[in-house]
Design a protein around this ligand. Structure first.
Ligand code: BGC
Length: 768
């Protein structure tokens, strides 16, 4: 560290005293999980570790970024798929805080998470690590998690920036995305986390974005991230994402991880010496590494410890809050723990939980609760029998014998609880799924069990969506458990026996078929490119625009109680809209409701989704209790990205506010007038008449001209909105000038263009 007797040097001053080679070294890792220290220069090392749903602490000799080697025990919280289903920012913040305490106890300065990439297709092998198909939900939860982590003095690394939405070809594929979809769907979660939580680091993705590797993409890493969003932290590469160190530094990629065994620094030095890379670019990145290392050191707490039991309890709370009750016909759930009933527990996952995903996020848990033990403990009056029913990633096991035994077990029970789901090999970082079906032996078992015992409850364990259509009609109750973390077994028992009331809401749509999904035809791309041809229409935006049936819509989730919505009020001011609604618990149990606010924004200039989530709030109500819930919708979130203007614009028209319990269960609706941003495209000679008419200076001039034509044509002039009128609106002004009846010559067109140009600034002001 700096000598306390000397005035502290700024990171820039420290870097200025280093040699070129030392500066280059500083911008690359030392080994797998550390950065290089220069104690004499007051630069400590930083220790980074995976993330995101638990601390994956490895030593450097057994390091890997694929989930192969072991790591030290740490609390395995439910992965993002489950945390997202809680829709609870407070809970996300508490998980962040707990993770930070574990990091501090192990001397880790930066935890590699959260992942806020959008779930473009259910096939993405890493969907379990991401929050949602919706950018607002992903960003709000990601920001809460980062705030919770960093408040304790541990840095986050929001990842993978950007457009890492598939694992197929992830190291090289180009995500080819039109600018509106990038701005409105794939970047906003990052933008929100940067703006609201100021993450210490941002991790770039492996893939290319519109042809350029994310690790050397100046538009992404510098123009947008720093220029537009004002980010002043450090950009780190995904592990091994740097292709060319000099281009990466020039683009704004500060820290290459892990060590490239000298290759990266050597390339940087040569590039500076040859003039290919400016030394300032290297200095800037080196200074950011110094700044981060010093910040991390000031927060280190060598005596820190955490309470594993308390963290296990938190993991259980998140699991109970995140599981989604999809269906509960005849109020089959909750089961009564005091009734002396026969409960058949079927499925290997009840005994061997599937509780997290595969890959770099895999954590060695401090404990592991299984559902079978927890059910036996929770219902002492019941007679519980168990049959594994099917093998999980075990090809040598006699599947037929397991099937027969399970059907017999179910037949003689009062209720059968089936634990079904995806084996670990089905979904992982590094590759994608090929379908969204349950394994065949599980679907066969399910059909056979409900044939002998229709009193069946299905509990699912899966990180990505599985298809339910085809069997869900035969089962009265389904609990979507996603991946519930190390306390998932006890949390499941809490929910099945009503010790906890289900409150999870889907953060992604469950489609009826894979063929219905938005990216179906363009997945996973070809010849190194994947065209995001569905544009903005991802998740519910797609199903709603096409008015398609789905198995369960975005936002759906049942409870053991019911909620009533009344008295919707909207109050707008210059910065946004307050949406207030009275929510009442009309049932007999305390429970959480997630009030969802969607906005249907008019799209006169461009196409807009049918409705988009713009805010939400989670409330806990006792039976009979009413609460007024206010959700703030920021004006900035009403805007769309206008590609012609190159900026965000709000249209000045009535906006509809839909408040509901899911994207397709809208309970109350209101309309609110919104003042628009003034923007008019500057027309030229070849702009259409419609563009001219929309311009504040050009419009009146063209209107006057058309009025003169109308007068001279009398009744022959095309009526407003008639096909001919639309033909005129679609003509270029220069074409209009060619028509003999139109009193407009080419010189007049030029004069008009000049007038509009010289008036620029009086007409075309867009809100940033
Ligand atoms: C993953 C990152 C992870 C890193 C370090 C990469 O393969 O994409 O999410 O943080 O490895 O393990």
């Amino acid at each position: 560290m700096n000598n306390p007797n000397q005035p502290a040097q700024t990171p820039g001053e420290t870097v200025a005293r280093l040699s070129l080679a030392e500066k280059a070294d500083l911008t690359t890792g030392a080994g797998w999980w550390h950065t290089i220290a220069h104690p004499d220069a007051g630069i400590p090392e930083i220790r980074l570790s995976d993330g995101p749903h638990g601390l994956r602490l490895q030593n450097d000799t057994q390091a890997d970024h694929l989930g192969i080697n072991n790591s030290a025990p740490a609390t395995c919280f439910p992965p993002a798929v489950t945390l997202a289903s809680t829709w609870d920012t407070d809970l996300a913040g508490r998980v962040g805080g707990a993770l930070a305490r574990e990091c501090l106890a192990h001397g880790v300065h930066v935890l590699l998470g959260p992942g806020v990439n959008i779930k473009r297709s259910p096939l993405c092998g890493r969907n379990f690590e991401y929050f949602s198909e919706d950018p607002l939900l992903s960003g709000v939860l990601g920001a809460a998690w980062v705030k919770g982590l960093q408040a304790q003095g541990v840095g986050a690394s929001v990842k993978h920036f950007a457009a890492n939405n598939q694992e197929t070809g992830r190291m090289s594929v180009s995500a080819d995305i039109d600018i509106r979809a990038l701005r409105e769907i794939y970047l906003p979660a990052f933008r929100r986390v940067v703006a609201e939580a100021e993450p210490w680091t941002v991790m770039c993705a492996y893939n290319r974005v519109n042809g350029v590797h994310a690790s050397e993409n100046p538009w992404l890493l510098t123009d947008v991230l720093r220029g537009e969003w004002g980010y002043d932290g450090l950009v780190v590469s995904d592990w091994g994402a740097v292709v060319d160190r000099a281009r990466a530094l020039a683009a704004g990629l500060d820290l290459e991880m892990p060590s490239s065994s000298g290759a990266g620094p050597a390339r940087a030095v040569t590039a500076v010496e040859s003039g290919e890379l400016s030394e300032e670019a290297l200095d800037r990145s080196a200074a950011r590494v110094v700044a981060l290392a010093r910040k991390a050191a000031t927060h280190a707490r060598p005596d820190a410890a955490y309470d594993p039991a308390a963290h296990h309890d938190l993991a259980r709370e998140v699991a109970t809050r995140g599981a989604v009750l999809l269906k509960n016909d005849g109020a089959l759930l909750p089961l009564d723990p005091d009734t002396p009933q026969r409960i058949a527990v079927i499925g290997e996952f009840a005994r061997t939980p599937r509780y997290q995903g595969e890959g770099s996020s895999r954590v060695t848990p401090t404990r592991l609760d299984d559902a079978l033990t927890s059910i036996i403990e929770a219902a002492p009056a019941a007679h519980v029998t168990f049959a594994p029913g099917f093998p999980v990633d075990a090809p040598d096991v006699d599947a037929a014998a397991l099937h027969e035994e399970a059907v017999r077990t179910a037949e003689s029970a009062d209720v059968a609880v089936l634990f079904l789901g995806l084996p670990p090999s089905f979904e992982s970082e590094g590759y994608d799924r090929e379908h969204i079906e349950l394994p065949t032996e599980q679907s066969r078992l399910l059909a056979a069990v409900v044939a002998v015992n229709p009193n069946a409850v299905v509990v699912l364990a899966n990180g990505g969506v599985v298809r339910l259509a085809g069997w869900i009609d035969d089962v009265p109750a389904v609990l979507e458990g996603w991946l519930l973390g190390q306390a998932g077994g006890s949390a499941t028992a809490d929910l099945l026996f009503g010790r906890a009331n289900p409150s999870g809401r889907l953060a992604e749509t469950i489609p009826q078929r894979l063929a219905d999904t938005p990216a179906y035809l363009a997945w996973p791309g070809e010849n190194g490119h994947v065209a995001y041809s569905e544009g903005l229409f991802v998740g519910y935006r797609h199903y709603d625009a096409r008015d398609m049936p789905v198995s369960f819509p975005f936002g759906h989730g049942l409870s053991y109680t019911t909620f009533d919505y009344a008295d919707l009020r909207v109050a707008s001011d210059a910065a946004g809209i307050d949406v207030t609604v009275a929510v009442t618990n009309t049932g007999e149990r305390a429970g959480h409701e997630v009030v969802q606010v969607y906005v249907a924004a008019p799209g006169e200039r461009v196409r807009r989704p049918v409705r988009e989530l713009k805010g939400f709030a989670t409330v806990c109500l006792t039976p009979g209790e009413t609460q007024n819930v206010t959700v703030r919708v920021a004006r900035a979130d009403l805007a769309y990205f206008d590609t012609a203007a190159g900026t965000w614009l709000v249209e000045g028209l009535d906006h509809r506010i839909d408040v509901g319990s899911s994207s397709r269960d809208i309970r109350l609706t209101a309309t609110v007038p919104v003042k628009g941003d003034v923007y008019a495209e500057e027309p030229g000679a070849d702009s259409t008449v419609a563009v001219w008419l929309a311009h504040p200076v050009g419009g009146p001039a063209i209107e006057a001209l058309l009025l003169r034509v109308q007068k001279s044509m009398g009744d022959a002039y095309p009526k407003e909105r008639s096909p001919r009128h639309r033909m005129v609106a679609n003509m270029r002004l220069s074409q209009l000038a060619q028509i003999p009846i139109v009193p407009l010559g080419f010189d007049d067109v030029q004069q008009l263009v000049e007038r509009v140009r010289s008036a620029a600034g009086t007409g075309g002001q867009a809100t940033p």
